[in-house]
Design a binder for this molecule. Structure first.
Ligand SMILES: Cc1cc2nc3c(=O)[nH]c(=O)nc-3n(C[C@H](O)[C@H](O)[C@H](O)COP(=O)(O)OP(=O)(O)OC[C@H]3O[C@@H](n4cnc5c(N)ncnc54)[C@H](O)[C@@H]3O)c2cc1C
Length: 399
């Protein structure tokens, strides 16, 4: 059986392992952390994701832990006034053939992890990969990876996938294009119990709400079967140093000071969040060619390949789509239609333009969400006039 080495056991890495095993490969997931786990808060999953979860037989399990919001609502961050509404109910499901769900990251990660038990997948923790080398010739293994502190490559496989996130070591080894750059946008995220004490909690519990700035925005939606409200507030702020990670301690005071003019319902909501974590958003340029996603027997997937601002809520979604496409490519190898480098090039060819489009659209959303002055007035007028037509993204959800 052919073997895929997957570096990183986040949502992208686990999905890649699942797709590989469905394609008849054995997968070996190498995760640096001592246990497989997910930090962070919630995820929105559009029909482009839930359709794939259904294909993989996981939609029911995910749905049992997720919420199904009734609408996506845009509001003015300063006053709370509604600007536009996109219904996400039955008509939306029927249009796209799959539901729009919101879920805790840990719950989606758990569903993927559970699906790998009993599959041809080895899940290995405490394995920090520092680099890789290509094998030589047809009879030699396609790839070999270095683990932390090993001078010689120690693990071999037929193909390698770097799903090791924003700070990907595999990417450095493959492309050598430097570190992602810090943006001036900082995401504060927190969870608040929907126990009746959240102001406006009854309708927030049924909606994805996007509160649009000037110079900030916030998004709230229910997770954990409606018991918690996930709240993310993105503000323009410079944090000293190269802050890495999801869970940097944030302070409520710092956030509240930065959200000065925010009043009404959003201020009350932010004040109700018991604890905040902050995450400095980092950027890379959108993917510019398939060679940035695959070379020889190695490929990149998820944030390692195409980190993006979370303003279209599609980072994990793109990682899951990548995994689905990767599975199709690996199946070509087993069917003797392509060798490993050809199959990985097909994967990259199929993915790079779509992920670059999503990266660009996410960046553009940030400009719109944080607009000031006349642009902000124009945005609000357009949302009031065109509403759901602006908020729906058929090219994305149909993909
Ligand atoms: C505020 C915010 C809101 C978001 N909202 C959404 C949303 O609504 N919908 C959506 O789809 N996406 C959303 N995203 C984006 C999404 O969370 C990420 O794009 C996604 O989790 C990336 O998954 P990944 O598996 O590629 O990387 P990661 O989740 O970063 O996983 C990488 C894994 O690799 C491991 N690793 C790293 N280096 C090594 C190494 N050298 N050796 C071995 N293991 C290693 C890490 O420990 C980790 O487990 C949001 C992001 C943010 C910040």
């Amino acid at each position: 059986m052919r073997q895929l080495l997957v570096v990183g056991g986040g949502i992208g890495g686990l999905a890649a392992a699942l797709a590989a095993s469905r394609a008849g490969w054995q997968a070996r997931v190498l995760e640096q952390a001592p246990v497989f786990s997910e930090v962070g808060a919630g995820l929105q999953m559009g029909p482009n994701v839930t359709r794939r979860l259904r294909d993989w037989g996981l939609l029911e399990a995910a749905q049992s832990l997720a919420c199904r919001p009734e609408a996506l609502v845009a509001r003015n961050a300063l006053t709370g006034a509604e600007l536009a509404r996109l219904p996400l109910g039955d008509a939306f499901d029927a249009r796209y053939g799959a539901p729009y769900l919101t879920i805790a990251r840990a719950d989606l990660h758990g569903v993927l992890l559970q699906s790998l038990r009993g599959a041809e997948v080895s899940l290995e923790t405490g394995r920090r990969v520092t680099g890789w080398v290509a094998g030589e010739g047809d009879s030699a293994p396609g790839v070999a990876v270095h683990l932390d502190s090993s001078a010689q490559p120690v693990l071999t496989g037929d193909a390698l996938v770097g799903a090791d996130g924003l700070w990907s070591a595999l990417r450095q080894s493959l492309l050598g294009d430097g570190l992602p750059q810090p943006s001036k946008h900082v995401a504060y995220r927190g969870l608040v119990p929907l126990d009746g004490r959240v102001p406006g909690g009854a309708h927030l519990a049924c909606e994805v709400t996007a509160w649009l700035g000037p110079q900030l925005h916030a998004v709230s939606y229910p997770v954990r079967g409606g018991r918690l409200l996930n709240v993310v507030c993105v503000i323009e702020q410079t944090i000293d140093g190269q802050a890495q990670g999801w869970d940097l301690p944030g302070t409520s005071a710092r956030l509240m000071a930065a959200t000065g003019p925010v009043g009404g319902p959003l201020r009350e909501l932010l004040q109700a969040v018991p604890a905040w974590g902050l995450w400095v958003l980092h950027d890379r340029k959108p993917v510019a060619s398939p060679q940035e996603m695959a070379r020889g027997c190695a490929a990149l997937l998820g944030d390692a390949a195409h980190p993006m601002r979370p303003y279209l809520a599609q980072g994990a979604a793109m990682a899951l789509e990548d995994a689905d496409e990767l599975g199709r490519a690996l199946a070509l190898v087993n069917a003797r239609i392509a060798d490993v480098p050809q199959a990985l090039q097909r994967y990259a060819q199929a993915r790079w333009q779509r992920v670059a489009r999503v990266q660009r659209r996410s960046l553009r959303n940030g400009v719109i969400f944080h607009a000031t002055g006349p642009l902000r007035l124009g945005r609000d007028l357009a949302l009031r006039g065109l509403g759901s037509r602006i908020m729906d993204v058929p090219w994305l959800y149909e993909g």
